[in-house]
Design a binder for this molecule. Structure first.
Ligand SMILES: Nc1ncnc2c1ncn2[C@@H]1O[C@H](COP(=O)(O)OP(=O)(O)OP(=O)(O)O)[C@@H](O)[C@H]1O
Length: 459
């Protein structure tokens, strides 16, 4: 335990007497020393006098509770001073002990506090066990929507069937793919990831299926290709919707035959990889538009994991933000510890179009800018600071207003347009309509391309 007492004689007595009762006690003489001590050593409980030279025990208690909520603090108050006792509890003290006290009494209270701390740690460990089972260590989330994702991962990981992971950009699709691999019987094999949107068609083909020596100008040596390289493990096809149609046909064949034909070769090569693919697009509508083969879609989409957007995960935003903050602060050596309440409110209110990736970037920036122990509103990106919920009304905003469907559609489209700052491409993606359709609708609402601002509802 950590004992904070500015009277050296009293401090020495506590060290000696509590030591005799089996406690490991460290004595410091000021609140500042105590704050420094908890940074470098782990204590089961803190016992502090309320009256200290400099920062009081109450202030110390408040700061300790903010930084180490699991660490119980016992405050020693003056005899009969009820106000201070109440203030102690308000400051988050676990317990208070009026002077004069029996050392035995203090020992009992410290023991109880330490037991409570152990219990809290156990609860947290168990809870984390549920939230982050093996292989999903980095995937943080307690919200019901994420619990369903975790349960789904556990259910489908051991299967050999292809999995399609759907979710907006930055929601953690690659994390899910890695988790599926790590929890599969193929975990000891390779996890090979390829981004189908990042490469031009010819290069993607030879990357995936391999090539013979001399198959094209730069092919100085033969290459097996990622399907074969992923044998015994998992092949992760990211951004699968962007795969060109000609390659889709070859991919379908590969999945049906479990063989690939390297570019320039007339021989089929067998592979044994589990296929996990991901997309942030609505593949079904790509199929309907003729941009994605339906037979391939059914092959890839045998099992599906759908990731919720970050704005649908409630207070997970803060859970992930705090986790990221700790890691970034540790790495950068900056003593940033938490998020100020007003900043936390902003994070909760914002709609996170870039999802967890955007949140990570915001935290990275916030740690770099932070001037205090906590991240404040001023450390957040301008658009998060300025974000306010839409003022464009949709029917559900007023239960007494009953509207025709096309009016609801009009209002909702305008709300989305407003929320994305007038970016029609982004609005079309969210609304899952093509840009032309959106444009036609906007025009029918009396909107013209020259009209600024796009967000304002036409009268
Ligand atoms: N639940 C989570 N907890 C902690 N970190 C997460 C979580 N989900 C995603 N991340 C982090 O967010 C970032 C983006 O995740 P990831 O690359 O898996 O998203 P994605 O959906 O594959 O994105 P894209 O669609 O752009 O490919 C990564 O740094 C990842 O570690």
């Amino acid at each position: 335990m950590l004992c904070v007492e500015d009277d050296p004689a009293m401090g020495a007595l506590l060290v000696k007497e509590l030591g005799r009762r089996g406690f490991g006690v460290r004595h410091v003489r000021s609140a500042n020393d105590a704050l420094a001590a908890v940074e470098v050593e782990d204590y089961d409980a803190v016992v502090s006098d309320v009256r200290l030279g400099g920062m009081t025990g109450l202030e110390l208690c408040e700061r300790l509770v903010a930084r180490r909520p699991e660490l119980p603090v016992i405050l020693i108050t003056a005899f009969g001073d009820l106000d201070t006792a109440i203030a102690a509890i308000r400051a988050g003290a676990h317990d208070f002990l009026p002077k004069p006290f029996e050392l035995e009494e203090l020992a009992i209270r410290v023991t109880r506090a330490a037991e409570l701390r152990a219990l809290r740690a156990e609860v947290r460990r168990l809870r984390e066990g549920i939230v982050t089972p093996a292989g999903i260590e980095e995937m943080i989330g307690e919200h019901a929507t994420m619990q369903r994702v975790v349960a789904m991962i556990q259910r489908v990981a051991s299967s050999e069937a292809p999995v399609l992971i759907a979710g907006e950009t930055g929601t953690g699709k690659e994390l899910v793919a890695r988790a599926l691999h790590a929890r599969s019987p193929r975990a000891a094999g390779p996890f090979v990831a390829v981004n189908c949107a990042a490469l031009p068609e010819a290069l993607l083909e030879s990357e995936l299926f391999g090539h013979t020596k001399g198959a094209f100008t730069d092919a100085r040596a033969p290459r097996a290709g990622l399907f074969v390289e992923a044998s015994g493990g998992t092949l992760f096809l990211d951004e699968i919707a962007e795969m060109p149609l000609a390659l889709q046909a070859k991919l379908l064949r590969a999945l049906q035959e479990h063989t690939v034909r390297p570019v320039g070769s007339d021989r089929e090569v067998a592979f044994d990889a589990r296929i996990v693919s991901a997309t942030h697009r609505d593949l079904e509508s790509r199929v309907a538009d003729g941009e994605f083969r339906d037979d391939l879609y059914y092959r890839l989409n045998v099992l599906q994991v759908r990731l919720p957007a970050l704005r649908e995960r409630g207070s997970d935003v803060l859970l992930i933000a705090n986790h990221a903050l700790k890691r970034i602060a540790q790495r950068s050596g900056k003593p940033v510890r938490g998020i100020a309440p007003e900043a936390a409110r902003k994070l909760l209110a914002y709609d996170w179009p870039g999802n967890v990736r955007e949140l990570m970037n915001a935290m990275e920036r916030a740690v770099a800018l932070a001037e205090y122990d906590d991240v404040t509103v001023a450390d957040l990106p301008e658009k998060i600071q300025a974000f306010t919920r839409s003022h464009v009304l949709v029917a559900a905003d007023d239960p007494n207003e009953l509207l025709p469907l096309d009016e609801i559609e009009r209002r909702y489209i305008l709300r989305v347009i407003e929320a994305v700052g007038g970016n029609r491409t982004r609005a079309a993606e969210i609304l899952k309509v093509d840009r032309k359709t959106l444009y036609t609708k906007l025009k029918s609402y009396g909107w013209r391309p020259s009209d600024p601002p796009l967000g304002a509802p036409p009268t």
